[in-house]
Ligand binder design. Structure first.
Ligand code: AHG
Ligand code: MN
Ligand code: MN
Length: 337
């Protein structure tokens, strides 16, 4: 096609820019793109399933949502196994990591951490959901079985990371550490096409995203920051607008484009918050940092966390640099995370 670069073309073009790249990572990214198209097809049918379901049993919607979590998990893992460039996967849907044992995957250098369907409780009400992925080079010796250490790497070691958002259009956004590029799925040709080259997040914004239903269990620092967000102060564009979809991928994607901060803090009951380091916070932090933004747990850089377990959680403050810095300032001053 004239004037449109597909994800596959882009990935190959980028690979040729790095003389020592062997193409394994490029193939892995293309495998993820393929799985995304298959999952997209099913996600788009969810509304139809709901219409049929509403005429029948009442709990079908809940079950469908669960089915889609499992479906997305199965499809992504199958694509990675078939593709042969991935040695194993850690997924939100699986307690332990999975190792691939077929002849081709045995030689693979990469491992993937995956949230197959993020925000899946939104699916039955037709709100955007996503897939988040994080790719690492394995650290244990080639050809030997994978170990937990292959997965418990710091986010700064990621070889690539990104997300797919199944929204009003479907987009795949990723980084390999050389900037961020976004591709929109053109359903008429079934290809992700480069639509958002070199994405960069505004240094500041006008949107804050946090579940304010939990306000009373927030730290004093965060409460004070949220009060600051609501104050009237024309020169600093306040009050900010509150926007919270409850789908991390969609909230962060919007803030990446328009500027803003997304917060999922620790609370008294859950000091480490809700979101998982490996397959939610690290990949989103890598993308946002590569777009010029900032991602911390309120004090420490997300990408410097040394995870102790596969499903470890962390508080997260992520988005426009100036907004995250300001939130950190309040946490330092009034305490909390
Ligand atoms: P998942 O569907 O993968 O379990 O993740 C949902 C997450 C995330 O997308 C969102 O930001 C957050 O949960 C919303 O949580 P609250 O309902 O507690 O705000
Ligand atoms: Mn999630
Ligand atoms: Mn999920």
């Amino acid at each position: 096609m004239i004037g449109v670069e597909t994800l596959d073309e882009f990935v190959i073009r980028k690979q040729t820019e790095y003389p020592y790249a062997r193409g394994d990572l490029s193939r892995l990214l293309r495998d993820l793109g393929l799985a995304a198209k298959v999952v997209n097809r099913e996600v788009n049918k969810a509304g139809l399933v709901d219409i049929l379901g509403s005429a029948g049993t009442t709990n079908v919607q809940g079950e469908e949502v669960k089915k889609l979590d499992v479906y997305a998990n199965t499809r992504f893992i199958a694509a990675l196994e078939l593709g042969g460039q991935c040695r194993g996967v850690a997924s939100e849907e699986n307690k332990d990591f999975i190792t691939f044992h077929d002849e081709v995957s045995k030689n693979a250098k990469y491992i993937v951490a995956l949230d197959p369907l993020d925000g899946s409780s939104n699916i039955d009400v037709n709100i955007s959901v996503g897939t988040i992925f994080s790719i690492y080079r394995r650290v244990s010796p080639d050809h030997s079985p994978l170990t937990l250490e292959d997965f418990l790497q710091k986010g700064s070691q990621q070889a690539a990371a990104g997300y797919i958002i199944y929204g009003s259009s479907t987009m795949l956004v990723y980084t390999t550490g050389y900037g961020v590029n976004g591709f929109t799925l053109d359903p008429s040709i079934g290809e992700f096409c480069l639509s958002h080259p070199n994405m960069s997040i505004p240094k500041t914004g006008k949107i804050y995203s946090v579940n304010q239903g939990n306000f009373l269990s927030f730290s004093e620092g965060l409460k004070q920051y949220l009060r600051y967000c609501r104050e009237i102060d024309k020169p600093t564009n306040r009050p900010y607008s509150s926007r919270y979809i409850g789908s991390m991928v969609a909230d962060i994607h919007r803030n990446l484009i328009t500027g803003g901060i997304f917060i999922y803090p620790g609370t008294a009951d859950a000091p480490k918050g809700k979101l998982r380091v490996l397959y939610e916070c690290n990949p989103m932090a890598f993308v946002v940092e590569q777009a010029g933004g900032r991602a911390t747990d309120g004090a420490r850089r997300i990408l410097d966390i040394e995870p102790g377990e596969l499903h470890e959680r962390t508080p997260i403050f992520i988005g426009s640099e100036d907004m995250v810095l300001k939130a950190e300032e309040f946490l330092r001053k009034f305490g909390g995370c």
